[in-house]
Design a protein. Structure first.
Length: 494
C-alpha cells in the first residue's frame, strides 16, 4: 500500500557526565536545519541513584512520530548513540565546561551539524511541540474546545482551509481524505465566493495519479491505496465541474483507475477502516465515488454501453441497499451524493433522508455528529469505549462538522435556505466560529491532532455559501489573516 511519505529529520542526545553532581535533572536544547527551515529539539534527563544520567523525555519540533534511543555509549567526552533501530545516529563531543555538545546527526543517510546547549528553567522551551499543520512560515496549533468564539470571519476560515491543505500536502506528501481530500471535494464549489482553488493542489493530485498509472502491474495491488484513488477521482471531477467546466483527460484517467479498483460488492477496500467518519466506512467512501461520477462533465454519458456502465450500476445498487452504514451519518452523505448523481434515489427516498436529518437537529439549531451513529457503528466499532466514556456522551453538543454537512446535504436536496430550521443552523454557524477560523468538533478517534476540524471548517463555509450567508467582502483585505501562533526558533513560546 502506498503510504504518506514523511521526511523525518530529528535529534536525540544524552547528557554527559561533565554536569555538576548537584543537579538531579537537566534540559538540553538546540536547533538543526532540515531542508530550508530550522527545527528545535528538547531533551530532558534525570540523574540515576547509581550515578550517571538517563533520558526521561525528548521532543522534536514538526515530527509526528516519537524516536527512541536504541543504544548509547560514552568514552570520555565523546558520545555516540543510535535511534529507530539504527536508522539514525549521533556522534558528539562534550565541551570542557560541560555547557555544550558539538556533533553530527545522521538520519537516512543525511548528516547535519548539531549543537545542544544546557538550558535553565527560564530559558527552556515549552514542550511538547503541539501543532496541527506546519509548512514554512505557517504553523497552525491543534484545535481546542477552549478556543474563544469570535464574530464570524470568512477570511479566517478561508485562510485555515488554504494553508492547512498546502501544509499537509507539503509535509506529508500524500492524499488524505481529512485534509487535502476534503479541500479538493469542497473548495471548487466555493469558486464563486473565493475565486479559483489553488492549482498546486490539483497538480499534486495529478502527480499522484501519474505515479499510480506508471506502476508495474505486478505491484499495483500492493502499492495503490483505493481510498486515495477515490479522492483523487472525486477531487479532479469536482474541479472539472466547477473550475474547468469540461472533462479533463486526467479526470477520465482517474475514474478509469477508480473503477479498476472497485470490488465485486460495488465498493472499495479500506485497509485501515479505523478513522471515522471519513476513512472508516466503505459505504461512505462509495458516496464520494458517486460524487466523482456525477460531477465529471459528460463522462457518464460516454460510458453508456461500455463495461464501466455495469460497474456504475453496481455502485448505485450498493448505495441503494444501505448495508453496513455508519448509521445516519452515511445516510446524510448518501443524500448529498444523490443530488449530484441523478437517478440514484427517488424523490420519496430523498424526502425520508431530509426528515431524518431534521430529526437530529438540536435545540440550539446545530447538529452533533455523535447523534448520527451509535458508538459501535463507527468504523470497526473499536472506538465505542472511548465514545461512551466521554462526559458529554448522554447529550453531545452541536459541532461544526455535522452542522455544516447537514445544511449542505439539505440545501443540495433543494430545501430552501429560508426554511426556519436551516436558518437556525446558519445562526449556529455564524455564532460558533473560533478565533483560529475553525469550528470545533471533537474527534471520534483520538484527542490529539483533531484533523476533523478541517472538514469542520470546509463544510460550514460551503453551507453558508449555499445559504447566501457569506458577505460580499468575504476576502476583504481588512480582515485578520491569522490568529494562530507561528512557532519558530525565534518565537519559541507556545
Amino acid at each position: 500500500m502506498k503510504r504518506c511519505r514523511v521526511l523525518l529529520c530529528a535529534l536525540a542526545t544524552l547528557l554527559p557526565s561533565a554536569l555538576s553532581a548537584q543537579d538531579t535533572s537537566s534540559t538540553w536544547q538546540g536547533t538543526f536545519t532540515s531542508g530550508a527551515e530550522q527545527r528545535r529539539a528538547v531533551l530532558q534527563m534525570v540523574k540515576k541513584d547509581t550515578g550517571g544520567w538517563e533520558p526521561t523525555a525528548y521532543y522534536l519540533e514538526f515530527l509526528h512520530d516519537d524516536l527512541h534511543i536504541n543504544s548509547f555509549a560514552q568514552h570520555g567526552s565523546n558520545l555516540k548513540f543510535t535511534v529507530s533501530a539504527g536508522k539514525g545516529a549521533y556522534q558528539g563531543k562534550i565541551s570542557a565546561d560541560g555547557a555544550t555538545i558539538e556533533g553530527t546527526w545522521t538520519y537516512d543517510g543525511q548528516a547535519v551539524p548539531l549543537e545542544l546547549r544546557r538550558a535553565t528553567k527560564e530559558s527552556a522551551w515549552h514542550t511538547p511541540f503541539l501543532y496541527q499543520y506546519h509548512f514554512r512560515d505557517v504553523t497552525i496549533p491543534r484545535p481546542s474546545p477552549d478556543e474563544l468564539k469570535i464574530p464570524f470571519s470568512p477570511k479566517l476560515a478561508f485562510d485555515y482551509m488554504e494553508q492547512g491543505a498546502v501544509a499537509w500536502t507539503a509535509e506529508w506528501k500524500c492524499v488524505a481524505c481529512h485534509t487535502n481530500g476534503s479541500y479538493m471535494v469542497v473548495r471548487p464549489l466555493l469558486t464563486p465566493q473565493f475565486g479559483q482553488p489553488q492549482k498546486e493542489l490539483r497538480d499534486f493530485f495529478v502527480s499522484e495519479l501519474k505515479e499510480y498509472l506508471a506502476l508495474d502491474p505486478a505491484k499495483f495491488q500492493s502499492e495503490v491505496e483505493p481510498t486515495q484513488v477515490v479522492y483523487i477521482a472525486a477531487g479532479l471531477a469536482i474541479w472539472d465541474a466547477h473550475v474547468l467546466h469540461r472533462l479533463s483527460p486526467e479526470t477520465a484517467q482517474a475514474l478509469t483507475l477508480m473503477f479498476k479498483m472497485q470490488r465485486d460488492t460495488g465498493d472499495w477496500f479500506i485497509e485501515d477502516d479505523n478513522n471515522p467518519p471519513l476513512e472508516s466506512s466503505p459505504y461512505q467512501l462509495a458516496t464520494v465515488a458517486a460524487r466523482a461520477v456525477g460531477n465529471a462533465p459528460s463522462w457518464l454519458s460516454q460510458m453508456r454501453g461500455t463495461p464501466v456502465e455495469a460497474q456504475v450500476n453496481r455502485l448505485e445498487n450498493l448505495l441503494r441497499a444501505e448495508r453496513k452504514l455508519q448509521g445516519d451519518y452515511d445516510r446524510t452523505d448518501l443524500l448529498w451524493a444523490s443530488t449530484e448523481l441523478p437517478g440514484l434515489l427517488e424523490p420519496a427516498q430523498q424526502q425520508q433522508l431530509i426528515q431524518m436529518i431534521f430529526s437530529h437537529q438540536r435545540p440550539d439549531g446545530g447538529w452533533s455528529i455523535r447523534n448520527f451513529a451509535l458508538p459501535e457503528e463507527w468504523g470497526k466499532g473499536n472506538r465505542a469505549e472511548k465514545l461512551r466514556a466521554e462526559l458529554e456522551f448522554p447529550d453531545p453538543p452541536s459541532d461544526g462538522h455535522m452542522t455544516g454537512l447537514a445544511i449542505v446535504a439539505l440545501r443540495k436536496a433543494d430545501v430552501p435556505a429560508s426554511d426556519p430550521r436551516i436558518q437556525r443552523g446558519v445562526s449556529w454557524l455564524l455564532t460558533n466560529q473560533r478565533s483560529s477560523g475553525r469550528w470545533w468538533t471533537r474527534s471520534l478517534n483520538r484527542d490529539n491532532w483533531q484533523f476533523i476540524s478541517y472538514s469542520s471548517t470546509a463544510y460550514p463555509l460551503l453551507a453558508l455559501s449555499l445559504c447566501d450567508a457569506l458577505p460580499a467582502s468575504s476576502l476583504d483585505s481588512g480582515s485578520v489573516v491569522r490568529n494562530s501562533e507561528t512557532i519558530s526558533p525565534s518565537n519559541p513560546g507556545h
